[in-house]
Design a binder for this molecule. Sequence first.
Ligand SMILES: Cc1cc2nc3c(=O)[nH]c(=O)nc-3n(C[C@H](O)[C@H](O)[C@H](O)COP(=O)(O)OP(=O)(O)OC[C@H]3O[C@@H](n4cnc5c(N)ncnc54)[C@H](O)[C@@H]3O)c2cc1C
Length: 445
Amino acid sequence: MRSLLMHSPVVIAAGWIGTYLLITLLPLLLLLIYPPPADRGFWIEFSVALGFIALAMMALQFALTARINRIEASYGVDIILQFHRYISLVAFTLVLVHPLILFVVQPETLQLLNFPVAPWRARMAVMGTLALIVLVVTTIWRQQLKIPYEPWRTSHGILAVLSVALGLGHAIGVGNYLGLFWKAVLWTGIAVLALWLLVYVRLVKPWFMLKKPYLVEEVRPERGDVWTLALRPLGHKGFRFQPGQFAWITLDISPFRMREHPFSMSSDGDNSERIEFSIKALGDFTNTIKDVAPGTKAFLDGPYGVFTTERYEDSAGFVLITGGIGITPMMSMLLTAAKRKDDRPYVLIYASKKWDDITFREELDELKDKLDLKIIHVLKEPPEDWTGEKGYVDKELLERYIPKRRGTRQYFICASPKMMDQVELALHRLRVPATNIHMEHFNLV
Ligand SMILES: Cc1cc2nc3c(=O)[nH]c(=O)nc-3n(C[C@H](O)[C@H](O)[C@H](O)COP(=O)(O)OP(=O)(O)OC[C@H]3O[C@@H](n4cnc5c(N)ncnc54)[C@H](O)[C@@H]3O)c2cc1C
């Protein structure tokens, strides 16, 4: 019983939150336990405490983005990245408030901003803060500033390392607290952890990927300007995945180059010998898929994600709501269910622009023979003789197809951000329990 409780997802997720809080607050706790240097007053100690908490939070950002399977499996990438974004704004605010308090309480410290004559510890603080400002601005306004994803990702990593390293250098330079042996040990520990995570992401993970290559076996066109890329493991067993999960793909270049893209698997989860991804041609990388030659080497980092029917084995059935390329995880869920002879009811509400654009239209039709599957196509630009659903997936449309006993099903949504927001709101209004609604966002950043 005790062991069951220890392995419950809720307990594990709560455990990670506890660990996070402990690591961020540990420097503060130590600071409180140990008598601070005399005569500095409350506000100065408070400002220093904010600086330490911000530094610990920034160091832990490396753990949040290292794609550690155990953490990721508790929350899903969406939630972790959302947390990463919010927490970085909190840390950023603390970094700014930390010197502001000093400037108000001890106006003479303003001289530390005089860069040419300021001591190194102050210069490091200024440079670290500037790096953080550039990092935050280029992230929040990346699209408005028209910064492409790849250069942004590289600069994001460099600025993050710079701001944490300079922050730590500043803290060591000031030395009031770190001079104490065991506090120096604590901070060295946090710095080593951040450094290890960096080495793990940049070197260890790509090295493991390099050992398990895949070969492109087929590239086939689908309706809706989508290309299915079929991969076969080369000299290893591949991986089993839960239908609906995704992986990061590196094509034709070394995984050390860190130019990878996330895609949901569209094939059935039990066939690790042939893993398929269906990719819509939308940008620099996705436009090249159609030209990938069979035999090209590929590397996969995965599987990731909690957007899967497999986590809800006791559900009486499923409602899958999708638009456009959001069909890929749903396709995997349906193919896997058909293969496992799942007899529970599935409802697929699938929004597309035109009848001819519907990716997997024929394949889905065939699945109706193997599954208790009801498909509702919703067309934005229907043909003249169309008698089916048209327009948007709204509350009225959903009400016509979801069961009266809302809580008996699990609801999965994957579509454009706007459609996902509207469908989520409509489901809330239809009194679908929030815990039964699951979403996968394709636009992580
Ligand atoms: C969990 C998940 C599952 C996905 N599954 C599918 C799928 O099954 N089929 C499909 O067609 N698309 C899927 N996508 C979307 C796909 O990853 C992006 O469309 C693709 O990476 C865009 O690359 P691009 O260079 O062609 O486009 P660009 O025009 O260069 O970029 C368009 C936008 O895509 C995002 N993006 C670009 N490069 C990356 C990258 N390396 N990593 C993360 N995001 C990036 C950025 O927000 C960028 O602004 C999925 C995304 C996620 C997060």
